[in-house]
Design a protein around this ligand. Structure first.
Ligand code: HEM
Length: 394
């Protein structure tokens, strides 16, 4: 069934599985049974004018596909590509095989599959008529970034999310196959969160540094969500913008920090995620509180102190995924971090000031570094019988 959203501050709700009927009461003779095979049957419908996958409670797995259009594609090629891919996405999200699907059985368990398409600045500039062009600037440079062109800006993006990795792999392959005449894959960024059923739905995720990550975030039930996420620009009504930051964590260096130090860095406790001035996860941090020596309990240079803005308009939806890839060249044998995804109605106004502040000062910077960066306009849902991006391209 359609997923529901939870109470104030809780972010994503635990009610989706209950509504689905699979969160059966614990049998007396065994451990609680939280997830049954029916989780595979759940679908995420497109609601209202928005593409799915933005206000959708984050699924367990991510494949973010970045394509560059082939030189000869032009607006005709892009239009044909978006027609094909929109059709694939709609079918696959409902548990139906794509046209000419060579493995139709792999589409049978949609597991909340969503595909969210976006266009990069070059597409808007070169292929969208001026009167219909939403404004999108590339992000300014940040001093601490160490960007690798390998993870840079592309023309088109698809955020493919699903609770099942096999369904996800198949959907991603179908999309890439159908796009290949028009576009070349530059990168695929895979990511994950806690597996569905490991913890109750709605539990804030933990990132690979072990921190509870996502506590203070926009929840779709909040009145501020719509104006801060959905574009107010006529050219993109019902759409939004996506900021992608690939952020590497230096986990070998992080290993050398003790728990007290780790909690100071973020300003929150590792066990509960509570602010250092509070007891439970959703307690409001008290940035004015001081200890018996008169020092602030939450370090003003901590990540939460620096990431929080006094201006309530400088907020956005964070929908991040962890990543880890084998990398024998590194001492840890792997490259790990966060595929940081932020959705905002106006990234220049909402995201950039926060990123700039973190770039200037954030204790976390000693262990994290951005190695990839890109921005996209996310069009509204496809018009009835049409394709995603049609409002911009035709
Ligand atoms: C909060 C981790 C990058 C913006 C937090 C929290 C953690 C965290 C543990 C506290 C819990 C919570 O409220 O979610 C990280 C890690 C990062 C990272 C490990 C990089 C690997 C970023 C970036 C931005 C950002 C790039 C935006 C430019 C925020 C915001 C909050 C937050 C706005 C909430 C602050 C508040 O309490 O109002 N992050 N973060 N974070 N982070 Fe990050």
């Amino acid at each position: 069934g359609a997923a529901a959203f939870g109470g104030a501050g809780a972010g994503w709700s635990a009610s989706a599985l209950v509504a689905n009927g699979s969160a059966a009461a614990a049998p007396t003779d065994g451990p609680a049974r939280v997830v049954g095979p029916s989780a595979g049957a759940e679908t995420v419908p497109v609601v209202g004018t928005h593409q799915a996958g933005v206000d959708t409670p984050p699924q367990a797995h991510l494949a973010l596909v970045g394509w560059d259009l082939r030189e000869d594609a032009g607006v005709v090629g892009l239009t044909r590509m978006m027609r094909l891919l929109s059709d694939d996405a709609a079918r696959l999200a409902s548990g139906t095989a794509a046209l000419a699907d060579t493995e139709p059985e792999l589409a049978a368990h949609p597991a909340r599959l969503t595909v969210t398409f976006g266009f990069g600045p070059r597409v808007l500039r070169d292929l969208v008529p001026a009167g219909r062009r939403p404004r999108l600037d590339e992000l300014p440079g940040f001093d601490r970034d160490r960007l690798d062109p390998r993870w840079g800006q592309t023309d088109v993006v698809a955020q493919v999310c699903c609770d099942d990795p096999t369904t996800l792999a198949h959907a991603r392959r179908m999309l890439v196959k159908d796009a290949r005449t028009f576009a070349q894959v530059r990168w695929i960024q895979q990511g994950f969160r806690t597996a569905r059923g490991t913890v109750p739905d709605g539990t804030t995720m933990r990132n690979l540094m072990g921190q509870v990550d996502g506590t203070v975030n926009l929840a779709p039930a909040e009145p501020d969500f719509d104006p801060l996420v959905w574009s107010g620009d006529d050219a993109l009504a019902g759409g939004t913008f996506l900021v992608v930051r690939r952020i590497r964590m230096q986990l070998d260096k992080w290993d050398r920090v003790d728990r007290v130090g780790r909690e100071v860095v973020v300003g929150r406790r590792l066990d509960t995620g509570a602010p250092l001035t509070g007891v439970t996860e959703f307690d409001e941090p008290d940035f004015a509180a001081t200890d018996r020596f008169g020092f602030p309990v939450i370090d003003p240079a901590s990540h939460v102190a620096r990431a929080r803005s006094a201006d309530p308009r400088e907020r956005f939806l964070r929908r991040a995924y962890s990543y880890t890839e084998p990398d024998p060249a590194r001492s840890t044998g792997e490259d790990s971090g966060l595929v940081f995804l932020a959705f905002a109605a106006d990234p220049a106004r909402q995201f950039v000031p926060v990123q700039r502040r973190l770039d200037e000062l954030d204790r976390l910077n000693e262990w994290v570094v951005a190695i990839g960066s890109a921005v996209y306009a996310i069009p509204p849902a496809a018009p009835q019988g049409g394709y995603v991006g049609q409002q911009l391209l035709e």
